[in-house]
Design a protein around this ligand. Structure first.
Ligand SMILES: [Zn+2]
Length: 258
């Protein structure tokens, strides 16, 4: 399968030199186009005040460039929105689910715990991370976090209706139903780790981090213990060389793979 690495949003948060990206994948499979995550879509870019809460706008400082939306990347390659048959989301935070409405014919695959967390969001903070409008009219298909083991990760499953070379790798912690997405590309296994970590150094040996992103990880985590144990397993996977591991927001990882 041919896999394209896309940037579907740019952010300039305070104290993060080089900014952040929204690393998404566009996969050309024999079952049509498949997207992994969607960054911000047309709604966020053209009407940020109507779609992104004031606090997130202040913390993320999104650049809001229409050419970065997933739909723009798809059209630039000569396809239309309807050619995207499936979208897999690592989780439903606003900077990952923004483009879902731009692909009305797609089935959106998500872990059941994540959709439940988004639909039943409680309190201002949780409601802000899961804007209801981003899910309007979206055709979800939920999956349970159960299945086989894969390079030391448990409960990994292939997804009905998708090629066997696309797997959901549950990485619970950042959110209740957060998952990695593994894709076997022409060049070997890739693992999109979503927001399981924020800075490339976190899974390097020895690990390193920058203060602002360490803080971000802490402030956005839901289940700390699980998040930290998943970072350890991602570190081991990276060290083993069995898969190319990357997260959603690190611009250096994206530049290396794009
Ligand atoms: Zn994120």
């Amino acid at each position: 399968m041919k896999v394209h690495h896309l940037n579907c949003a740019t952010f300039r948060p305070p104290l993060v030199a080089g900014g952040l990206v929204a690393h998404c994948l566009l996969i050309e499979s024999d079952q049509g186009l498949v997207l992994v995550d969607t960054g911000f879509g047309m709604n966020e870019v053209t009407n940020p005040k109507g779609t992104i809460d004031p606090m997130s706008r202040k913390l993320l400082r999104p650049v809001l460039d229409i050419t970065e939306t997933a739909i723009s990347h798809v059209e630039k390659r000569g396809y239309t929105a309807d050619d995207v048959r499936h979208v897999l989301v690592t989780h439903l935070d606003l900077d990952h689910a923004g483009g879902l409405r731009d692909f009305p014919k797609a089935t959106v695959h998500v872990l059941d715990a994540e959709l439940e967390a988004a639909v039943n969001a409680k309190g201002t903070k949780e409601k802000a991370r899961y804007p209801k409008a981003q899910r309007d009219g979206v055709n979800f298909r939920t999956h349970k976090a159960e299945g086989e083991s894969w390079f030391g990760f448990e409960a990994v499953k292939d997804v009905d209706g998708l090629p066997d070379d696309i797997l959901m790798v549950p990485l619970i912690g950042h959110t209740r139903g957060h998952t990695g997405i593994a894709v076997r590309s022409d060049g070997g296994w890739l693992l999109h780790a979503g927001d399981a970590y924020f800075y490339r150094g976190e899974i390097e040996t020895p690990p390193s981090n920058i203060f602002a992103l360490k803080l971000t990880a802490r402030q956005t985590e839901t289940i700390r213990e699980q998040r930290l144990s998943n970072v350890e397993r991602l570190k081991e996977l990276k060290q083993s060389g069995e898969a190319e591991v990357f997260c959603a927001h690190d611009p250096v990882e994206l530049a290396r793979l794009a």
